[in-house]
Design a protein. Structure first.
Length: 553
């Protein structure tokens, strides 16, 4: 069934099998294409932009996802979770003379919001959306780790820095999509590796430098086998200066052009299609998900029988149009609501069930717009509200973008669907124009940093450094300097945000394309764009799974 996206005006198909899903969730067919729906959801998630401001409960200085000029009421985590206030006190009657989203927006503005979301952390204040972290700094969406710095979507490890999408990892730096790695640096899409540098697509390898596509290998340099003593001499004599590191990256990039690349990254999957899928069944148009079944249009998740979600799942099933929903079931159109069941159009509700259009509730049931009802009253009122929303053309749509509490430039939507300020405002998104007060300290350019870590003194931790990329100011913290010295690594020339962006760009676009296998010519689906819009992609040798496995193994 063909539709025209209400947002981008591009035609998109609704597969016949999707119609059964919409019937199950009792929702109408979507009016936006899958990518526009994802962009809308992601505009509700600020993960890594932090601000100093006052707590609206205590007046104390706090760190927050919301800038000081935000119109929302922000409470520190301890106060937000305390019994000193109750979101039910903000409850109001449903007004059948007003659109639902207007009433929900009015509620959204007055109910206090939590500044950050961290649980059971120790000495890890400058983090967000983290659990069980110890002695960590500027980590996001990470858990179960100690001495982590500048990580995103990483965990189960210790003593690492600058990670993205990596688990079970120790003593590693600048690694992305690495599962099971020890003492590795500048590695991407590897598993079960140790003592590797500048590597990609390795499995079960150790002591490799600048290698790609190897399996169970050791003592290799740029895919050439070496004797152990020769390899050890090579590593010993490599200076790890900033210039030599950049030279090694460039040489490795040239090697990547000559080695086959797999069309899709999937492991132990059945009847599935997407990129970076692990142990999945019947999952289509999904990206970066694991242990999932019967899903479609899911990014960053772990779910069952779920559609159209971002960063959702884990012990969850039957989620539809949700963001940041975990350990929950039968949830529709919810943002950051967890350990709950049977919620719809709820925001930041925890341990709740049978609620509709609520904000900030904890351990509640049978509530509408934060007002408490009896079970009988709730079940009588809810169909009338849905009928009203259907008549207004509201039901079945995720929250309108004007309801996002964040500026578009602060959200993950801007990472995956970048817009200028003018473009975002024209589309109806908000934009955060807040500018933090200037530090008033002397800065130095990253270009002037010493080339080798042996040349760096303790005073570097007092310097304010200007990033070579976006010109943001950043600092080197003492723990970071100790890490570089221990592993003989050069100081970074880019701020944490630019470094994260570079790691994220190693991954292909989250979009499926038709393309012919570079070996046998068969038609295949891949995330490598086939046209000239991506010169790097068109110059790569992209193989179908059969040809790739024959070439690699």
């Amino acid at each position: 069934m063909a539709q025209i996206c209400r947002n981008c005006n591009v035609a998109f198909e609704i597969p016949s099998e999707d119609l059964k899903i919409y019937e199950h969730f009792e929702v109408p067919q979507p009016t936006q294409c899958p990518l526009c729906r994802m962009q809308r959801r992601m505009a509700f998630r600020n993960e890594r932009n932090l601000y100093k401001r006052k707590c609206d409960f205590s007046g104390r200085d706090i760190l927050s996802l919301y800038p000081p000029d935000s119109k929302y009421k922000i409470y520190d985590q301890k106060e937000w979770w305390s019994d000193a206030w109750d979101a039910v006190t903000y409850g109001r009657d449903f007004d059948f003379n007003k659109p639902f989203f207007q009433q929900f927006e009015d509620l959204l503005v007055v109910v206090p919001r939590i500044n950050l979301q961290n649980r059971q952390n120790e000495n890890s204040d400058y983090c967000n959306d983290t659990n069980d972290m110890k002695n960590s700094y500027l980590c996001f969406n990470s858990e179960q780790a100690a001495n982590f710095y500048y990580t995103n979507s990483a965990g189960i490890g210790s003593d690492c820095m600058d990670l993205f999408w990596s688990l079970q990892i120790e003593l590693c730096y600048e690694c992305s999509k690495c599962m099971g790695a020890y003492h590795c640096f500048w590695c991407f899409n590897c598993s079960g590796i140790s003592d590797c540098y500048f590597c990609r697509d390795l499995i079960g390898c150790k002591n490799c430098f600048g290698c790609i596509g190897l399996r169970q290998k050791e003592y290799c340099v740029f895919n050439k086998q070496m004797k152990r003593e020769d390899y050890e001499d090579f590593i010993k004599n490599f200076s790890f200066s900033h210039a030599d590191v950049e030279k090694a990256k460039a040489e490795f990039a040239e090697l990547c052009l000559r080695v086959p690349h797999r069309n899709l990254e999937m492991s132990n999957c059945e009847n599935s299609q997407g990129d970076y899928l692990t142990n999945c069944k019947n999952c289509v148009d999904c990206f970066d998900i694991m242990e999932s079944e019967n899903c479609r249009y899911i990014w960053d998740g772990l779910a069952v029988n779920s559609y159209d979600c971002f960063n959702a799942g884990y012990e969850s099933s039957f989620l539809y149009e949700c963001v940041g929903v975990y350990r929950s079931n039968n949830m529709k159109f919810c943002d950051k609501s967890q350990v709950s069941n049977d919620l719809a159009y709820c925001d930041y509700c925890f341990n709740c069930h049978d609620c509709f259009g609520c904000v900030g509730l904890r351990y509640k049931q049978y509530c509408v717009l934060n007002k408490q009802y009896s079970k009988e009253e709730y079940e009588k009122l809810l169909p009338k509200i849905i009928e009203k929303m259907e008549a207004d053309g509201e039901f079945g749509e995720f929250f309108p973008i004007r309801l996002s509490p964040f500026g578009y430039n602060d959200t993950l939507a801007n990472w995956y669907f970048p817009l200028t300020r003018e473009e975002a405002l024209k589309k109806g998104y908000k934009w955060n124009d807040y500018v933090a007060p200037k530090i008033g300290m002397k800065t130095m350019s990253a270009k002037d940093l010493p080339q080798k870590i042996e040349q760096v003194g303790e005073s570097v931790c007092t310097e304010i450094i200007e990033c070579e990329g976006d010109k943001k100011l950043f600092r080197i913290i003492p723990q970071e300097l100790a890490f570089y010295r221990k592993h003989k690594l050069p100081l970074p020339h880019f701020c944490p945000d630019c470094r994260h962006e570079k790691r994220k760009r190693q991954m292909n676009p989250r979009k499926l394309y038709g393309r012919k296998c570079g070996k046998c010519g068969v038609d295949m689906v891949t995330t490598y764009p086939p046209d000239s819009s991506n010169a790097h992609s068109t110059s790569l040798r992209v193989y179908c799974e059969k040809c790739y496995l024959a070439a690699i193994y």
